[in-house]
Design a protein around this ligand. Structure first.
Ligand SMILES: Nc1ncnc2c1ncn2[C@@H]1O[C@H](COP(=O)(O)OP(=O)(O)O)[C@@H](O)[C@H]1O
Ligand SMILES: [Mg+2]
Length: 323
């Protein structure tokens, strides 16, 4: 592993113990994230994005667990990290903004109290220093310091989301994981938030994993993109390549599922059918039953994620080295 690698997932498997068996929501994922890189992860609901994010953050609990594989953060395997190591890592090493985070603020505490509490939980600084840090962080997400006195209900959804981002970044983590942080917001606000993250990343230099079901939101902002389907990465590579021409039929379907803000107005294609039940996967390629291009081989054997041109990889019998 070179010194520039922030996070590396090696053949990661994770999921849930259920009465019907182990539901493998993340099934052999390999990903590498460089220092300062913006990685977008896209895929429909139920494809394992949140399970992957929780695994990275060491937050799988109870019936949820990492089954096998490694999560190397700056070369250290987090799968085997102790509770004490995690306590030191969270917030300062990596921080996460959760799905529906804008509703995660405590309604009875002011924004300032919540930010100052977060700082005090990890740093021995005075009240005045903590408040100064909070004001500085709010300024970075374009919120005036006066807002320290505001309560969550006095802020718009977009502002609450930006407060959550300020909270996640307050101890300057090296990695920010965002799990569908903008889904509850309208498209224009979603866009401004993701642009803000990209700008902060430039300024502060952290790495980002941004997860969303909306691939079109990611293509222009990410450095690299991973498309997930039924627990596996089916396409991976520079975002530019995916933007110019997705290889996997599933990526193409996802790209056509959302209207573009900047491009011409086209009919939304979408993808017919539903994601498969993880405990009853189809034989062959997991996407084959919904794939408009599937041939016989696709229903017989599962394609591996293999190189498919400049830095790209694709798990499809019709593309790359599998062809
Ligand atoms: N608590 C749970 N118990 C059993 N299976 C679960 C549980 N949570 C999620 N799953 C399974 O894991 C899959 C992936 O879920 P998730 O990671 O939340 O997907 P995403 O974030 O992409 O929508 C789901 O399709 C479901 O089958
Ligand atoms: Mg999710």
């Amino acid at each position: 592993m070179d010194g520039n690698t922030m996070l590396e997932l090696i053949d990661l498997r994770a999921g849930y113990d259920t009465v019907r068996g182990f539901v493998r929501a993340v099934d052999g994922v390999n990903l590498r994230l460089k220092s300062g890189e913006f990685l977008g992860i896209a895929g429909e609901s139920g494809c394992g994005k949140s399970t992957l994010a929780y695994a990275i953050m060491g937050l799988l609990r109870d019936q949820a667990r990492v089954e096998s594989g490694a999560i190397l953060f700056k070369g250290r395997d987090l799968v085997r990290a102790s509770a004490e190591e995690w306590k030191q890592l969270r917030w300062t090493g990596m921080a996460m903004v959760f799905q529906s985070a804008m509703n995660a603020l405590n309604p009875v505490l002011s924004v300032g109290e919540q930010l100052v509490d977060a700082i005090h939980a990890h740093r021995k600084v005075s009240e005045a220093e903590a408040r100064a840090m909070a004001v500085e962080m709010l300024a970075l997400v374009d919120i005036n310091g006066d807002r320290l006195k505001s309560y969550p209900h006095q802020l718009s959804g977009g502002m609450r989301q930006r407060v959550m981002i300020a909270m996640a970044l307050i101890l300057k983590p090296d990695l920010l994981v965002m799990d569908e942080p903008t889904t509850a917001l309208d498209v224009v606000v979603q866009r401004s938030i993701i642009e803000k993250i990209a700008e902060l990343r430039e300024k502060l230099g952290f790495s980002v994993i941004f997860i969303t079901h909306d691939l079109s939101l990611l293509v222009e902002i990410s450095d690299t993109l991973a498309v997930m389907y039924a627990g596996k990465v089916c396409e991976y590579g520079p975002a530019r390549g995916l933007f110019d021409g997705p290889l996997h039929p599933y990526s193409r379907g996802l790209m056509n599922s959302f209207p573009s803000l900047t491009g011409p107005i086209t009919r939304m294609g979408g993808i017919e059918g539903r994601t498969p039940e993880l405990l009853a996967l189809p034989p062959g390629c997991r996407f084959a039953p919904r794939c408009p291009e599937a041939v016989e081989r696709c229903r017989e054997a599962e394609p591996a994620l293999l190189p498919a041109g400049a830095d790209r990889s694709c798990a499809c019998w019709l593309h790359g080295e599998t062809r």
